[in-house]
Design a protein around this ligand. Structure first.
Ligand code: ZN
Length: 404
């Protein structure tokens, strides 16, 4: 897994002007590359690959290319190449789409380093190109990483980008975070995702928590209603004002649902840490649209992106806490009786209760699902441990987001 950490740096006056020069060179290279690409497009009607372009700059000993560290110059070509690719895809449906623009001369382009940098003792050091050293006498630039954040042991910095944003110099460092190893003796927790109950957790010790989804549904319901109101107005009168209002409302809805997802995933990881969990298992939601449990009659559906996001957030926070994260195929986990193992579709009762007609087991349907996910994982990984008796679930409600 990758983790990106943003640091602010404070260059000296001399370093500041060197960084500005480098950012300017990168803009020059970007625009030169763009100019050549446009000519090739006009003459041949095709777009060259970024790699061909890069080779051409190397072969011609391009001034801007040589002044930048080789990986940085290459990243500029790759970035423009990607922009051309998106334009090329876009013009298939939109014939009026414009090819990538030239950058303003005053714009300082980002400087990406994938090899020629090193982090040591809260300091980052960037190596310069030979030509740059020859012209300026500067072989490297070094900065203290402000607000040093401790990173997980074993994380490896893979990429660093220097950016000038809102009159601040920043360095974004991407680390490769190692996957926590499976530990057979630690506690294991399973999570069943749903709509009425966003997440239902059960662990080996029998701890159980239900994370209610009411807040997320309320937010969605509120905004869908407001958006529908505005839409009916725009049908009468098209105006920029209304389409802007729609955009703002949508953004707000996404922001509030994201806030809930953040809070829920955080609480789940806190619970896992409290109970000594070493592995978290989540039911795979790949079949989210096919699965019956997502098509409740009530018509209240949370968007599938919200579930993907929640799963990703749990994974991200788990790994950063040194907890292993795994997915398990959740088919039949809602129809199976967690007590006697019988699989019966009709056993899945409404009103959130699972009632087994074979053994008489009566249990919250999502708790039943979560126990089944846990059992399935134990079976598939040949772990011969049994789950402790599941206690009455704790109910957790998110109430820090109020739709406004
Ligand atoms: Zn049963």
């Amino acid at each position: 897994m990758k983790q990106c950490i943003k640091y602010r740096i404070f260059p000296s006056k001399e370093q500041d002007s060197l960084l500005r020069e480098l950012g300017f060179y990168a803009t020059k290279l970007y625009n030169t590359d763009n100019h050549i690409r446009r000519e090739i497009w006009e003459q041949k009607g095709e777009i060259p690959s970024w790699y061909d372009q890069r080779n051409m700059f190397v072969k011609n000993n391009n001034h801007w290319y040589r002044l930048l560290p080789s990986q940085t110059a290459q990243a500029v070509c790759k970035n423009l190449g990607d922009n051309y690719k998106s334009w090329f895809a876009l013009r298939k449906t939109d014939t009026k789409a414009n090819p990538p623009m030239y950058r303003k001369k005053t714009k300082l382009s980002p400087l990406t380093f994938s090899q020629h940098f090193r982090i040591e003792n809260e300091t980052i050091r960037f190596s310069m190109s030979r030509k740059f050293k020859k012209e300026t006498g500067i072989g490297y630039l070094q900065f203290k990483l402000n607000k040093w954040k401790p990173i997980l042991a074993g994380s490896v910095p893979k990429m660093a980008t220097i950016l000038y944003h809102k009159e601040k110099w920043m360095v974004h460092v991407t680390y490769e975070v190692p996957e926590p190893k499976p530990s057979r003796c630690k506690n294991i927790m399973s999570i069943d995702l749903g709509i009425i109950n966003l997440a239902t957790t059960v662990d080996m010790k029998g701890n159980c928590t239900i994370y209610k989804g009411g807040q997320a549904l309320a937010v969605q319901h509120y905004f869908n209603k407001e958006i529908a109101k505005v839409k009916s107005k725009t049908e009468v009168q098209h105006s920029k004002k209304w389409s802007k209002a729609l955009g703002r409302m949508n953004d707000k809805k996404i922001r509030q649902i994201n806030q809930i997802i953040h809070t829920v995933s955080k609480s789940i990881i806190e619970e896992a840490k409290r109970n000594g969990v070493g592995t978290i298992i989540v039911g795979d939601i790949k079949n989210i649209r096919k699965g019956k449990k997502w098509n409740k009659k009530s018509g209240q559906k949370l968007h599938s992106w919200a579930f993907s996001k929640l799963t990703l957030q749990i994974e991200y926070k788990a790994i950063l806490s040194g907890i292993r994260f795994e997915k398990v195929n959740e088919s039949y986990t809602s129809q199976t009786c967690s007590c006697c193992g019988v699989i019966k579709k009709s056993n899945r009762k409404n009103r959130g209760l699972y009632v087994c007609n074979k053994c008489g087991n009566k249990v919250n349907a999502d708790v039943n699902g979560s126990v089944n996910i846990l059992q399935k994982y134990l079976r598939e990984s040949n772990i011969s441990r049994s789950i402790g008796s599941v206690v009455e679930p704790l109910i957790w409600r998110c109430n820090n987001v109020i739709p406004t």
